[in-house]
Design a protein around this ligand. Structure first.
Ligand SMILES: [Zn+2]
Length: 455
């Protein structure tokens, strides 16, 4: 008998492996942050002595969801600037609040976002942190990942703050050299370790934030340190209007011409794809982070997911920030991801529930370059998974588990959460922090921020 830390038994297991293996009643042996083995029936009884056993009878085990794009600092801005178009929304929320962010506001905003992530089945979050109005605000988000126990990909973001209202209030006027130097600092302060709980990537904001030489500097930096690069690309028509004016080429043509693209690029939104753009993405194996809820709230439009899938482009899923979503709920995101495409193409079969589950798990892992460790329930991978309890009126009877998760479920069905082999939440109770105390403090911190910003 092998001594192990954790065993899950008697659960249905949707592995999302290459063969789509669905184990009717099975077990998962977990030790030292990883899945040691998984199987069906009662084989585990002869093999393992576990410190802790979770009986998942009547429940379903899914790989943890991977949110490939959010801005956790925005979590305190829920509901502000709602029902306004993009630019008016920005002025009514994010732009005015930005200069007033400090470490405390970033930390509490990120804590709330991490808590919601865990409740909705999310084990990994890529945070696109462009609110660098003071030094080291990025570190406050990393601290929140660590406090709650969420696997974090910290996208050190860059936005050109010169155009923002009240920009003079910013203690730090971020520049591209500073952006890259700070990313280098983060790489040294949060070095890669075996747990891989925190890793770093580059997040240049949008086409108008950098010029040709600056984009090329980002590319060289990414090559040097082998980091993913993520950027907002053609969320609205404004990107191409700007790029045609300044760069004399459309956004994606320009970025192609200057050698910016590669398989390490995660293009966020990718709504206004023009003729030839998909071919460029395909040529460089660019990944697409699809943010359906945000695209609907801001009325940005439809990303052409069917065409991306047809061309073999990896599509992953994301909530986007709470300022343009009001939620970090990846279960809701999955449902919206499917429904928006069905309406767009007027074809109910265009994206299936299983396609969407793959987008939210293994495709996210591929986009992050972490598919060897994340995205499915397989021996050797990180033990990042959640246990789904279908026993609610909304999901019962559960005729098909993947359809139940994507179309009928809510966070009330996420019962237990395991990240890096550690039980973060059990029976819907978060074990790592005092959730109620954090929510109350975050409301107070948020109220002070709104008062200072006059929003
Ligand atoms: Zn965004």
């Amino acid at each position: 008998m092998l001594s192990i830390e954790l065993l899950i038994k008697n659960g249905r297991i949707i592995t999302v492996d290459n063969n789509g293996t669905d184990i009717e009643s099975g077990w998962i042996a977990i030790n030292d942050g990883r899945i040691l083995a998984a199987g069906s029936g009662k084989d585990h009884e002869k093999l393992y002595a576990a410190d802790k056993i979770i009986d998942a009878t009547g429940k379903v085990v899914f790989p943890g969801l991977i949110n490939t794009h959010t801005h956790l600092f925005q979590t305190l801005l829920k509901g502000l600037g709602r029902d306004k178009p993009l630019i008016e929304w920005l002025d009514a929320s994010v732009r005015n609040a930005l200069p007033f962010y400090d470490e405390e506001t970033c930390y509490y905003a990120a804590l709330v976002g991490c808590l919601e992530s865990v409740h909705s089945g999310t084990t990994t979050v890529l945070d696109f942190m462009y609110a660098n109005t003071r030094p080291k605000l990025t570190d406050a988000v990393i601290k929140a990942f660590d406090t709650v126990g969420v696997r974090g990909i910290m996208g050190r973001g860059f936005t050109n703050v010169a155009g923002l209202p009240k920009a003079n209030f910013c203690e730090l006027i971020d520049t591209v050299p500073n952006f890259l130097a700070d990313t280098e600092r983060l790489l040294h302060e949060y070095p890669a370790d075996q747990s891989d709980m925190i890793s770093i990537c580059l997040a240049p904001g949008i086409i108008w934030d950098l010029n040709r030489e600056e984009f090329q500097a980002v590319r060289q930096f990414a090559d040097k340190y082998k980091l993913p690069v993520t950027m907002h690309i053609v969320e609205t028509e404004d990107d191409d209007a700007f790029s045609l004016d300044v760069n004399k080429k459309r956004t994606i043509e320009f970025l192609d011409e200057i050698g910016f693209f590669g398989p390490d690029v995660i293009s966020v939104h990718s709504v206004y794809m023009q003729s030839g753009d998909i071919e460029i993405f395909k040529k460089h194996d660019v990944k697409v982070s699809y943010c359906p809820t945000s695209n609907m709230i801001l009325a940005s439009g439809f990303a052409p997911i069917r065409e991306f899938m047809k061309e073999g482009i990896t599509v992953c899923l994301a909530s986007d920030g709470a300022a343009s979503n009001d939620s970090q709920d990846m279960i809701e995101t999955m449902k919206n991801a499917a429904l928006l495409q069905k309406v767009f193409y007027r074809d109910a079969s265009v994206v299936s529930a299983y396609d969407v589950l793959k987008m939210a798990t293994i495709n996210g892992a591929i986009a992050l370059g972490k598919e060897k460790h994340l995205g499915s329930i397989e021996a050797g991978k990180k033990a990042d998974l959640f246990i789904f309890n279908p026993m609610t009126a909304k999901t019962m009877p559960m005729n098909e588990p993947v359809a139940a998760l994507v179309y009928s479920a809510g966070e009330e069905n996420v019962d237990t959460m395991i990240i890096n082999g550690k039980v973060i939440m059990e029976n819907k109770k978060i074990l790592t922090v005092d959730e109620e105390a954090i929510l109350k403090e975050a409301a107070a911190v948020g109220a002070r921020l709104r008062k200072k910003a006059g929003i």
